[in-house]
Design a protein around this ligand. Structure first.
Ligand code: IMP
Length: 210
């Protein structure tokens, strides 16, 4: 089965779109986002896992566009909080979402817990759905510790609290190129690129299909 070299990223977030465009350059596919398909509207992410949410989004978008679709879902799991905030990472402290409020809530919940018990991991699931309904999910995980205070100016979300002992830096301090290489999203994307390359590899004559 041949598919046009078009990929819809199931996001309206322009930062995330830019990140994916950069990571997927080598594929030489035409990239679209939900902004190009406003009729799809908001997709409710009510899955219990990152994989479920990513699949939900990619499936909806592929069905509605007839194109190959990619969606991701990610978040932070803290062991002391039995995996919370998990799929609720963005809205951990309520809506509208607010990174500072989320970080403060996390700090309060962990209190004075010693560093060695503040273990946590970022997880990212990327789902790819193709129009013949085949579905694939890949995951990336990055382990770290939650600090007792914010450190670093870069990044977003929980980055200033997420400490990597190997680098003696938080995600907010780490060079962006290194973060992209070792992060949950970077690892999942690397796997996704392999799958997308397979999907599109039989599309040399895709221009005839447009
Ligand atoms: P989503 O995958 O865009 O829905 O992201 C969910 C939430 O998880 C974000 O709003 C952040 O709070 C958190 N998160 C996911 N990945 C990262 C990261 O790399 N750094 C910091 N926070 C992250």
């Amino acid at each position: 089965m041949k598919y046009p070299k078009k990929l819809v990223i199931a996001t309206t977030n322009s930062g995330k779109l830019k990140e994916f465009e950069k990571l997927l350059t080598s594929l030489e596919v035409e990239i679209f986002s939900l902004k190009d398909f406003p009729e799809i509207g908001e997709i409710v992410e009510d899955g219990k896992t990152f994989a479920e949410n990513a699949l939900l989004k990619a499936r909806t978008v592929s069905e509605k566009t007839g194109l190959v679709s990619l969606a991701d879902d990610s978040g932070l799991e803290v062991d002391f909080l039995e995996g919370q905030p998990g799929v609720n990472s963005a809205r951990f402290s309520g809506i509208p979402t607010d990174d500072t409020r989320n970080n403060n809530k996390l700090l309060n919940l962990l209190g004075d817990l010693p560093l060695e018990r503040r273990t946590a991991r970022f997880k990212c699931a990327i789902a790819i759905v193709i129009p013949d309904k085949r579905e694939m999910v890949v995951e990336g995980i990055c382990e770290g510790l939650i600090l007792k205070e914010l450190r670093g100016e870069g990044g977003f979300g929980y980055d200033p609290l997420f400490y990597l002992p190997l680098y003696d830096q938080t995600f907010a301090q780490l060079d962006i190129e290194i973060k992209n290489k070792i992060s949950h999203r970077g690892q999942a994307t690397k796997k996704a690129i392999g799958i997308l390359r397979e999907i599109f590899s039989s599309c040399q004559d895709y221009k005839k299909m447009l």
